[in-house]
Design a binder for this molecule. Structure first.
Ligand SMILES: C[S@@+](CC[C@H](N)C(=O)[O-])C[C@H]1O[C@@H](n2cnc3c(N)ncnc32)[C@H](O)[C@@H]1O
Length: 322
């Protein structure tokens, strides 16, 4: 069996017998007015964060959701689009497709605004998305791509890039590792399927997104996810996994490199009213301006004694590019 087949078998098992808390985080599922999440769907919340960002879901975007799980986030996306086929959910595991379909039927009974036709569940996988090039506004995946070995992760990212319209968004939530995961854990296919041993470091994860062509990445959340303790996992010392929520935009990569926003700001502290770097950034004295990490580093070397760069908050919700 390949590691992907092991993962498929594992998700077939947890589709039939829900494993509560498999990927749970400290945050409860996004609650929205008039949205009731059915109990069986909650019990199959196999995500590690959230990919649903309400402020950006105006104008009925077309959403391609990869790895439907119990259907929770597909339902949340459908809340915003509310029309047949607006959410296409791709899932290779038959038992999972059946479970999601059952859960969405229950959702329709519990939510007067929802009709199961709003979510179209299709057989398929992350490497061959069953939609045309440049045809969707949003691709979302939660706690799936971390399962993939690095070269397969790149293939999945390329496929997401292919199907997104120009300007479209890849909305992801995945575990990342605070240091490289040793080979003996990476090769454990069941741990990998459980989202415990495939995670890349933050730097490698972001670089792979940039490498397929995404020009702007915004970090929406970063928080502790799981501890791999040294006794259980045969490590030299404990290894902390974090979960990372991100939105990557299909926009051209600027000539000086991609913009990665992690919540840093630049504050001009000099004597003038304004500082203009003549590269698109005008800083008002004393007023924090959101900057990407690349610009933060450039500004810091430009006028180190007249600038404060604040730390990454790991929460950035838009508002300009550099
Ligand atoms: C960790 S679960 C996450 C489910 C869902 N996103 C959630 O947040 O509850 C991973 C999902 O991806 C599906 N999956 C596994 N291999 C896949 C592949 N190669 N392509 C697409 N989906 C896959 C699994 O069957 C499962 O439904």
């Amino acid at each position: 069996m390949t590691y992907l087949e092991t993962a498929a078998q594992f998700y077939s098992e947890v589709a039939q017998t829900p494993q509560i808390g498999l990927c749970c985080v400290q945050s409860s599922p996004l609650q929205l007015p008039g949205l009731k999440i059915p109990q069986p769907m909650q019990e199959m919340n196999y995500g590690c964060g959230s990919t649903v960002h309400p402020a950006e879901l105006a104008n009925q975007p077309t959403v391609l959701y990869v790895g439907v799980g119990g259907g929770l986030e597909a339902l949340q996306f459908a809340y915003f689009s509310r029309c047949p086929g607006a959410v296409i959910a791709v899932e290779p595991v038959e038992a999972m497709r059946e479970a999601a379909a059952r859960n969405l039927e229950i959702a329709a009974q519990e939510n007067p605004w929802f009709d199961p036709s709003f979510v179209e569940i299709r057989a398929g996988d992350a490497f061959n998305l069953p939609v045309a090039d440049a045809s969707v506004d949003v691709v979302a995946q939660n706690c799936l791509f971390n399962i993939f070995e690095p070269e397969d992760l790149t293939r999945a990212l390329q496929e997401a890039y292919r199907v997104l319209k120009p300007g479209g968004r890849l909305q992801m939530s995945d575990p990342i590792a605070t240091r490289p995961i040793p080979p003996h854990l990476q090769q454990d296919e069941r741990l990998r399927a459980m989202c415990l041993s495939g995670a890349l470091t933050y730097e490698e994860y972001i670089q792979r997104i940039i490498n397929v062509g995404f020009g702007q990445i915004e970090i929406r959340a970063r928080r502790p996810y799981r501890l791999l303790d040294y006794q259980t996992y045969h490590l030299q010392e404990h290894l902390l996994l974090e979960s990372l929520d991100s939105v990557s935009f299909k926009v051209p990569i600027p000539v000086d490199g991609a913009c990665v926003f992690t919540g840093k700001t630049a504050i001009y502290t000099g004597l003038e009213e304004l500082f203009d770097d003549h590269a698109g950034h005008i800083l008002q004295k004393g007023v924090p301006a959101a900057v990407c990490d690349k610009t933060a580093a450039k500004l810091a070397t430009l006028i180190p004694d007249k600038l404060i760069i604040t730390n990454s908050t790991w929460h950035y919700t838009g508002g300009g590019c550099c």
